[in-house]
Write a protein that binds this ligand. Structure first.
Ligand SMILES: [Fe+2]
Length: 189
């Protein structure tokens, strides 16, 4: 069963690729043609899969974090898990708002994800922060590119604005993680 659509996103001819049977478009009248909506839907669904990686990783670390900073990191990772859960919902519902499908099937999500991180069990808390920072920074780079694609080439201001807003939320978490790592370097080495 074909579930990985990565080749569609990175292939320059992707808008000419026939619509996958399990990725239906609803009929809409919002000034966007089907090819644009299909491409935006694919962009959003790949972002959705990557957000799930951040969600699952942050939750994994919430459960498995150890060390003297346990109470604050356990709480911090719980809060960030909840934040990202809300963003996941926003991404899926943005895809539905333009009439595209939202790929919520777990097997499809895991095969579509473009990022990964180390499992949390027995991982140092410092390494957890670095892994999370890497995930958020990758997401920021991807969202910056996707926002430009939607705004400049596809002329879809709504999704471009949405993705830019999502990027800013990741930038704020990335800043906080970076600040924590900077502190750990200066106080422990
Ligand atoms: Fe918990």
């Amino acid at each position: 069963m074909e579930t990985n659509f990565n080749h569609l996103l990175h292939d320059a001819s992707r808008v000419a690729v026939p619509q996958p049977a399990n990725f239906p478009l609803m009929i809409t009248n919002i000034g966007l043609d089907d090819e644009a909506r299909l491409e935006i839907g694919q962009i959003l669904n790949l972002v959705l899969a990557d957000e799930y990686v951040i969600y699952a990783t942050t939750r994994d670390y919430h459960w498995n974090v150890t060390g003297p900073e346990f109470p604050s990191l356990h709480r911090q990772f719980a809060e960030q898990t909840d934040q990202v859960a809300g963003w996941i919902d926003d991404v899926a519902e943005r895809a539905r708002a333009i009439g595209a499908g939202a790929r919520g099937n777990w097997a499809d999500l895991t095969s579509a994800a473009r990022t990964s991180a180390d499992p949390g069990y027995r991982l140092s808390s410092n390494r957890m922060l670095r892994e999370l920072l890497g995930l958020h920074e990758s997401m920021i780079v991807q969202l910056r590119s996707d926002s430009e694609t939607c705004g400049d080439r596809l002329k879809e201001a709504g999704t471009a604005d949405f993705l830019t807003g999502l990027m800013r939320r990741h930038e704020k978490i990335a800043w906080m993680l970076r600040a924590q790592l900077e502190n750990s370097v200066t106080t422990r080495v």
